[in-house]
Design a protein around this ligand. Structure first.
Ligand SMILES: Cc1ncc(COP(=O)(O)O)c(C=O)c1O
Length: 478
């Protein structure tokens, strides 16, 4: 006889069952649609082109050339002698000294050697995802809040909130001042957090910004440090796109400036030093998200010690450290790679910006990142979040481009979309622009593309999605 107890399903934990992971955001839904019908110039020329993924595939040939010329690194050898056994057994969560030294030097190089990174302040993690979460675990208790300027990387809802129980309070930035983070917007977010009785533990920025593709100015960073100082809170700067900044290597000419550089120039730097933390990863600059290599940089010994212990849950494998110690240790290679990669990013971005401009579609001026922040307001029937979702569904299903709507990045203004350009060939980008041109032409002749009815969405998840995109839920998402 089967008992009733045996019939019942065991319950999952609250964490496993709750949906604060953010997987059902339109950002990830678009990826699912792409997976079902991916574009291929030969086998599926009418498929969806993935423009919602900030991947850097522009410089793989440079990495492959290096690998070919340095077979010891991949062959798990050093000076021709096998290190297989050492690597197979290596499990020290402090990381390999030769890799940390090489990473510290590489991070300095990206910042024009204006910042010196001490390898003993680096904690290695499985990507920036893991670094951001570990930092939240170190800095915030369940229910504490971080202020984050909008629009922000949609993955932060998962990375910062889901397992930690921390809260995100948006700092609403607007197009009126190029989406810069102002003191007024910071004060407003702080007040809203207080109203919700949340204890604010810090501000987290991405510099250069995902999704804006812009770098913070020295003045912006100074204002953020002033704010952190006045509220006695932390400042986290996710600098995962540092090496994509293509405008210039000189900050005087508007190039990328790290928060650590601005911190060092301040009178109160010793006071603030243990409250400023940087996140980095090789996922974007080197285009290696599959290798899962990230880092926390902090001068706070408590943070370094706690995060190092936590890194046991997401270490960088020994063979990856071995390979990348050799690659990043090759100064001639990193110098050439950084310069050429930036040149290619700038060129590809220009291709997209010029193509959009020819269609009368504008972008925010940018100097970094693997995407443009595009104003598609003129293609919408009204400047509302409803109309933004309507346009987005048309662009995904009719035009066949998966772009990310601003609302998935918690943008306070409807009409903006993040459009990625570095995960495809120049030819594919041309195809995408041609498709968009066809769509704009169709709209221009008065035949507005018809909204996608819910029943034409291809699966049950799409039905749920269509429902989720109703105005009320779009608001809730922000
Ligand atoms: C701002 C930002 N932080 C973190 C991540 C996660 O990066 P990783 O692949 O290193 O985990 C991303 C990825 O897109 C990102 O854009």
């Amino acid at each position: 006889m089967v008992s009733r107890v045996a019939d019942e399903k065991p319950q999952l934990s609250k964490k496993a069952a709750c949906n604060s992971h953010g997987q059902d955001s339109s950002y990830f839904m678009g990826w699912e649609e792409y997976e079902k019908n991916p574009y291929d110039p030969v086998s599926n020329p009418s498929g969806i082109i993935q423009m919602g993924l900030a991947e850097n595939q522009l410089s793989f040939d440079l990495l492959e050339e290096w690998l070919e010329a340095n077979s010891d690194a991949l062959g798990l050898r050093r000076d021709g002698v096998s290190v297989f056994r050492d690597l197979a057994l290596f499990q020290d969560y402090h990381g390999m000294p030769e890799f940390k030294n090489a990473l510290a030097r590489f991070m300095s190089e990206q910042r024009g050697y204006r910042v010196v990174f001490d390898p003993s302040n680096i904690v290695l993690t499985a990507g920036a995802t893991s670094a951001n979460e570990a930092l939240m675990f170190c800095l915030a208790d369940h229910g504490d809040a971080f202020l984050i300027p909008t629009p922000y990387y949609p993955g932060f809802d998962r990375d910062l909130k889901w397992r930690t129980g921390a809260e995100i309070v948006p700092v609403h930035c607007t197009s009126a001042d190029g989406f810069r983070v102002t003191r007024a917007a910071l004060d407003d977010a702080y007040r809203r957090a207080q109203k919700r009785r949340l204890r604010v533990k810090g501000v987290l920025i991405t510099n250069p910004s995902n999704p804006l593709g812009t770098s913070s100015t020295r003045a912006d960073l100074d204002a953020l440090l002033d704010f952190a100082a006045s509220k006695c809170i932390h400042l986290v700067s996710d600098e995962i796109y540092a090496g994509t900044s293509f405008s210039s290597s000189s900050p005087a000419a508007g190039g990328f400036v790290s928060v650590l550089e601005v911190l060092a120039s301040r009178r109160d730097h010793t006071l603030l030093a243990d409250r400023v933390h940087v996140v980095y990863s090789l996922s974007k600059d080197l285009g290696l998200p599959g290798f899962r290599v990230g880092a926390i940089y902090s001068s706070n010994p408590g943070v370094v010690s706690a995060a190092t212990k936590m890194s046991s849950f997401g270490l960088v494998s020994a063979q990856t450290q071995h390979l990348l110690a050799a690659l990043l240790g090759d100064k001639g290679f990193t110098r050439r790679y950084l310069a050429e990669n930036k040149r290619r990013i700038r060129e590809r971005r220009e291709q997209l910006v010029n193509g959009l401009r020819a269609l009368g579609v504008g972008c925010l001026d940018g100097d970094a990142g693997l995407f443009c922040w595009v104003d598609m307001g003129r293609l919408m029937r009204a400047r509302t979040f409803d109309a933004e979702m309507e346009l987005w569904k048309q662009v995904v299903f009719q035009v066949g481009l998966n772009v990310s709507p601003g609302s998935s990045c918690h943008c306070a203004e409807p009409g903006w979309f993040r459009v990625c350009f570095a995960n495809m060939s120049a030819k594919t980008l041309d195809v995408a622009l041609q498709r968009l041109a066809g769509f704009v032409a169709k709209m221009g002749t008065g035949r507005r593309a018809t909204p996608v009815p819910a029943r034409s969405l291809s699966c049950p998840i799409a039905m749920k999605w269509a429902h989720r995109l109703a105005p009320a839920s779009a608001k809730a998402e922000r």
